[in-house]
Ligand binder design. Structure first.
Ligand SMILES: Cc1ncc(COP(=O)(O)O)c(C=O)c1O
Length: 143
């Protein structure tokens, strides 16, 4: 999709247009049962998505922010912990860290991948941060 010859930074319309018939059909089925939270449709989705991901379980949640927060809590993040992330992410990332009671600690991105730099120039080791806090029985900042 272009606008006045420019390529938009983000196009969320085209993908929805392509899925419109399927989405409307599923929404009609949901309207017919009024089971919007939980229920057989969500359970079927959880089973199918777990199979797709080749994992034993899937739990449907209400938003991407909730998914991030629950994943942090399930991974053992506790209030006072530090969670390393990158600055070029959506606000929901740091929001979920805060909701889990932890503090975000930003490290630089890799110049080629634009994802979290595993060996940042300041010598910190991102993957060890939370675990290091836990081992020393405090919530001090690792690295
Ligand atoms: C990278 C990223 N993470 C998390 C979210 C949060 O998703 P939600 O708006 O469903 O909470 C978004 C939303 O756009 C996102 O772009």
């Amino acid at each position: 999709m272009t606008t006045n010859g420019h390529i938009p930074m983000l196009d969320l319309v085209t993908v929805h247009r392509e899925l419109e018939e399927e989405l409307v059909s599923v929404f009609r089925a949901a309207l017919g049962t009024a089971r919007f939270i939980g229920g057989p449709m969500v359970e079927d989705f959880e089973v199918e998505f777990a199979e797709f991901c080749e994992t034993p379980h899937c739990v449907g949640v209400g938003s991407g922010t909730d998914a991030l927060r629950f994943a942090l809590i399930a991974a053992g993040v506790q209030p006072g912990d530090t969670v390393v992330t990158v600055p070029n992410t959506f606000i929901a990332t740091t929001e979920a860290i805060s909701q889990a009671g932890a503090r975000p600690d930003f490290v630089d991105i890799h110049e080629l991948t634009y994802t979290l730099d595993q060996q940042p120039g300041d010598g910190r080791h991102p993957r060890a941060s939370v675990r290091a806090d836990r081992r020393h029985g405090s919530h001090s900042r690792a690295g």
